[in-house]
Design a protein around this ligand. Structure first.
Ligand code: HEM
Length: 549
């Protein structure tokens, strides 16, 4: 073949490849979503009209831009009526389409669900297996969670869940109480020092910032035995500090921007190329540090040194121990799997718990009668500060349990749960008499904030802080209710929820013993969504020491 013929062949191949790529793109971005929309409408599932290629993203951005979430404590009580401020577009569409409708993120259909009965009918029992995690988020979250438990599917998920769940047993959690106390004591000592060096007897502190740092320290030690605050040159501790800095940087990079054009074809590749690459690079650096930590832990395994004893109950050592016996090789996790689980514990575990504690401190400052009631309970049940490692006594803090539930209801740190139908899912609801099929590939967006604030489900006082509503479980069997979902639902319910409950009680009991909390006049209440439900400007509270040291 002559040179010209070769060139012509190469050009023809390039044109053919470009034509095929274009056909693929048109099908993926336009033909297939249009067909999906027709099918959804046939099933009676409709919603705001999408446009190509943004779907409803433009409308969502415009609604968010014209909504303010800020209220001041000076001019009004702190309002927990937050749903319409956080999700103005959902609030608007709900009025038009009800509590179940379809909206579009780019070319991806999302079934919005704020109707507990529908959710139950779509996911309860064996139907749980018909739903996986949405592909569209999987790619975005890969650098954070890898294929860890949050993102794993099918057999792989079941195997991981079986290995991981026992690590959160009551005995193992009890062994973590000491480190929770130690770390929290450091935080309180800092607050004490700030108060004693201030002109007045009290001090204004951004409690959210401090509590997040404390929770990061706790989860770091509980997960892989590392501390985030040490400054020693010791290799292992140095790794810990670096891992935390990098993990936090990655989170800010991935979710700091509010508008990532999720679901828009090629947006990730073209518009977010830089941040995607940076997150990927950070991910690789974090993995390298974690591999070093895991190899150290493997080496320590079997040693009876004091360093190995000290790590006995961290989650990483427990996972290594689970696979150590020769008769159960299925429980052996590879280094890659362990890296992903360590990242998952960090991202899934510290900020969520810290937010639960931080919103509680705010609510208790705003509701002094509850602050006093909890303080009395703590002083009655835990007479001496040292006995805070008594898990049974912590379990007797009944009112604190109500308060925790009420705060998780009003300010759920995980404001939504997402799924994607792995097959066609038939949904039959009894009271609404609905029968429909949710087509395979449809994503589901469960609006937890909407359900938690719904007056039809909770009564006219749904937006008020009234922990006593959790007192009578008979009247409201919330644990089984499909409208109280702070930790998710079904078989994928949060594996770390008992760790959170323990940390919550330890931290809160220690704070209440030592400080009185008040909301200063300059406090601005501005909850917002950055993956989790968090305060925009921190939570600055006035703290007054109750006892001198
Ligand atoms: C207030 C604290 C917490 C909240 C609000 C929370 C919320 C949630 C929610 C809503 C889910 C379900 C996600 C889904 O179905 O897609 C979940 C799952 C999970 N959480 Fe938590 N979580 C908290 C604390 C923790 C802690 C302390 C850890 C670990 C140290 C943790 C680790 C996980 C893991 C690994 C999963 C995945 C479970 C699975 O898919 O089998 N979480 N969490």
């Amino acid at each position: 073949m002559g040179g010209e013929q070769q060139l012509a062949c190469a050009c023809a191949a390039a044109v053919l490849a470009a034509a095929l790529a274009l056909c693929w793109f048109i099908n993926a971005a336009w033909v297939s979503p249009a067909a999906a929309r027709r099918r959804l409408r046939r099933e009676g599932l409709d919603g705001p009209r999408p446009s190509f290629p943004l779907g409803n993203l433009a409308e969502m951005a415009a609604a968010a831009a014209t909504t303010t979430t800020t209220t001041t404590s000076k001019t009004m009580m702190i309002s927990s009526d937050i749903h319409a401020a956080l999700f103005p577009y959902f609030a608007r569409w709900r009025q038009a389409f009800g509590k179940v409708f379809v909206y579009w993120l780019g070319t991806q259909p999302f079934l919005y669900v704020a109707e507990p009965e529908f959710l139950k009918a779509a996911t309860a029992g064996g139907k749980g297996k018909l739903w996986g995690k949405p592909d569209v988020f999987r790619r975005d979250r890969m650098p954070m969670f890898g294929r860890g438990l949050v993102m794993a599917e099918g057999e792989e998920w079941a195997r991981h869940r079986n290995i991981i769940a026992p690590a959160f047993s009551a005995t193992n959690l009890k062994a973590m109480m000491g480190l929770m106390q130690e770390s929290t004591a450091k935080m309180l000592a800092e607050w004490d020092a700030m108060a004693s060096s201030s002109d007045s007897s009290s001090v204004i502190v951004d409690v959210e910032k401090a509590v997040v740092r404390n929770a990061a320290e706790i989860i770091g030690r509980a997960s892989f035995g590392l501390t985030t605050t040490t400054t020693t040159a010791d290799d292992e501790d140095g790794d810990g500090v670096l891992v935390f800095r990098k993990l936090q940087a990655m989170q800010a990079m991935l979710f700091g921007q509010s508008n990532r054009l999720v679901g828009v074809p090629l947006a990730r590749q073209l518009l977010h190329l830089r941040s995607t690459y940076q997150a990927w690079r950070l991910g690789r650096e974090i993995d390298a540090l974690l591999i070093h930590i895991i190899e150290d832990a493997r080496r320590r395994q079997g040693q009876s040194s004091s360093s190995s004893k000290q790590h006995d109950h961290d989650l990483l050592s427990l996972l290594l121990a689970a696979g150590a016996s020769d008769d159960d090789r299925r429980r052996l996790m590879s280094t890659r799997e362990l890296v992903d689980e360590c990242k998952t514990f960090f991202f899934g575990g510290h900020e969520t718990t810290a937010l639960a504690v931080s919103w509680t401190l705010l609510m208790l400052a705003a509701h002094p009668e509850w602050q006093e009631a909890l303080r009395e309970e703590v002083l009655a049940e835990l007479r001496e500060e040292e006995v805070l490692d008594d898990a049974a006594a912590l379990g007797r803090l009944t009112k604190m349990g109500w308060v925790m539930n009420e705060v998780l209801r009003l300010y759920p740190p995980s404001p939504n749960v997402q799924r994607q139908a792995l097959q066609d899912v038939e949904v039959v609801t009894k009271t609404k008499k609905t029968t429909m099929t949710v087509p395979r590939g449809t994503n589901m967006w469960v609006d937890v904030v909407a359900m938690h604030h719904d007056k039809a489900l909770w009564g006219d006082d749904a937006n008020e802080f009234r922990p006593e509503r959790f007192a009578s479980k008979g009247q409201h069997p919330f644990n089984k209710a499909a409208h109280f979902l702070p930790f998710g639902f079904g078989s994928r319910i949060c594996v770390g929820r008992n760790l959170t409950a323990m940390e919550y009680r330890v931290v809160l009991a220690m704070v209440l013993r030592r400080f009185r909390l008040e909301v200063p006049p300059q406090y601005r209440h501005a909850p917002r969504i950055m993956l989790s439900l968090r305060p925009s400007n921190g939570i600055h509270l006035r703290l007054t020491p109750l006892i001198s040291h």
